[in-house]
Ligand binder design. Structure first.
Ligand code: ARG
Length: 486
């Protein structure tokens, strides 16, 4: 059979048409140059469908054997790069089916029995996304491990905690990093939850209404690993919904947007900490770039790009959700536009998580050992952090708390300390540097033990409640995360 005949045959609607499609329309409607990325899922879905057709006696065992044989050949052709993708065949589904028919003849033509590209594509996207979700779950765990790794080495390193980006109270640098671990842990929870809704089978819905063939959809679901937590087959229960809604992709992109927002906040902090005005951290040279004009520059481009790429992923969320809005039931070609934003979201999130985790925690040797070697991640400049905490009257709240413990109502204590800070600023001194007699001038209840309350470590140790920054609490949290992340 010539390629020309085959292409005509693949376009099952062609008999109805009196003129060929315009070249521009062909290019405009084709998706093969991006959806060929779904090829593995497409073959996997087709094999499960064919296996069920044979089990139900809808196609012969011989047809199934030929389909399996042809698909194995196609798989190796695609892997080796020998497969010829054709624009005329519009998308990944028709390209693979046409090649199958070319290889095995009528058995190939029987594959599409009881199936439409509408339920086929919805199945393919779900299968593909499920695989990506599992990889992203691993990367999210790596990211958390990188942060916990750095945190574990910096429990007693103190930096100013900020509110309104004004020095507020001293916190442990580890505590600060663990805040991001919490964010990424919630992202991982969200991902695990949405995976359940991704992992459901549309196949068997056919074009929109179901099919007249006696399909066993649950068998296909089980073969494709589309099962719920109890191991029961997870099958989309309404054919119109199954072929048309892309809420699972929107939900994934919503998850991805939140991950990127969390990454972006962390990236912003890294940029700020790295600037000469803060000087809290340094990054390894391999994560920095220079300037073509200013020889002194070392720029944190990776962090800036991670921050920038969050906008791109949020844009994809907007794109996908707008794509869905206003679509009547059931399948519409609009849905072909789901792929590029979804693919780019996956690529961006994966690259970003990987590079940020390595930049922070160092690259991890893939030697499979329980405590693999890491290269150097970010360098913590503990003295600079501490000096900044001392400059900003970060222990003013501690002085107020001290007075409260001595019997002063909190609002009055707050006022007393405001006076002390005002005078200390005028003198260019920290509160802890004021002589005892001076402090006693603000309130007679102040005694020599005040200086312990005014140190940075005293301030940290005092915040020994669950979730607080006291090193004892932070160590407990690190242990919890280490046990959880393995
Ligand atoms: N390439 C199409 C998509 O991505 C496949 C489904 C096409 N179905 C159809 N009836 N035109 O959505």
């Amino acid at each position: 059979m010539s390629t020309h005949q085959l292409d005509k045959k693949a376009q099952a609607w062609s008999a109805l048409f009196s003129e060929p499609m315009s070249e521009l329309v062909k290019r405009y409607t084709a998706s093969v140059f991006f959806d060929k990325r779904l090829w593995q899922a497409d073959i996997e879905g087709s094999l499960a469908h064919a296996e069920m057709l044979a089990a139900q006696g809808i196609i012969a065992a011989q047809d199934l054997a030929q389909i399996q044989h042809g698909m194995a050949q196609i798989r190796s052709e695609i892997e080796s790069g020998a497969f010829e993708w054709k624009l005329e065949l519009e998308d990944v589904h028709l390209n693979i089916e046409a090649r199958l028919t070319q290889l095995v003849g009528d058995a190939g033509k029987r594959l599409h029995t009881g199936r439409s590209r509408n339920d086929q594509v919805a199945t393919d996207v779900r299968l593909w996304l499920r695989g990506e979700i599992d990889q992203i779950a691993t990367l999210l765990a790596d990211m958390q491990r990188a942060l916990v790794h750095v945190a574990a080495q910096n429990v007693d390193v103190i930096l100013p905690g900020f509110t309104h980006l004004q020095v507020a109270q001293p916190v442990s640098f580890a505590h600060h990093l663990l805040a991001y671990v919490e964010m990424f842990a919630r992202d991982a929870e969200r991902l695990a939850d949405l995976r359940k809704r991704v992992n459901r089978l549309p196949l068997g819905s056919a074009a929109l209404a179901g099919t007249s063939y006696p399909l066993d959809r649950e068998r296909v679901a089980r073969n494709l690993g589309m099962v719920d937590e109890a191991g029961r087959p997870a099958v989309c229960q309404n054919s119109l919904d199954a072929v048309s809604d892309r809420d699972f992709a929107i939900e994934f992109t919503g998850f991805a947007s939140l991950v990127m927002v969390h990454v972006s906040r962390l990236a912003e902090e890294i940029v700020v900490w790295m600037s000469q005005n803060f000087g809290f951290i340094n990054l390894s040279d391999r994560y920095c770039t220079g300037s073509s004009i200013m020889p002194q520059k070392r720029n944190p481009d990776v962090a800036e790009l991670a921050r920038g790429k969050s906008g791109r992923v949020i844009g994809h969320l907007m794109g996908l959700i707008t794509l869905m809005k206003g679509q009547p039931l059931a399948y519409n070609k609009d849905n072909q536009e789901d792929k590029e934003p979804l693919f780019d979201t996956v690529d961006t999130v994966k690259d970003t998580l990987r590079i940020m985790a390595e930049m922070i925690g160092g690259e991890v040797a893939a030697d499979g050992s329980p405590n693999p070697q890491r290269t150097r991640g970010l360098t913590v400049k503990a003295e600079a952090m501490q000096a900044a905490a001392l400059r900003g009257y970060a222990t003013a709240t501690d002085l107020a708390d001290y007075l409260v413990k001595k019997g002063l109502p909190f609002r009055d204590a707050h006022e007393v300390v405001a006076h002390a800070v005002k005078d200390a600023i005028a003198l260019g001194k920290d509160l802890s540097e004021l002589p005892l007699e001076t402090l006693q001038g603000y309130d007679a209840r102040i005694t020599a033990d005040v200086h312990e309350a005014l140190t940075l470590s005293g301030s940290l140790n005092a915040r020994n409640t669950l979730g607080g920054t006291a090193p004892a609490q932070v160590r407990t949290q690190i242990q919890r995360h280490q046990a959880r992340l393995g």
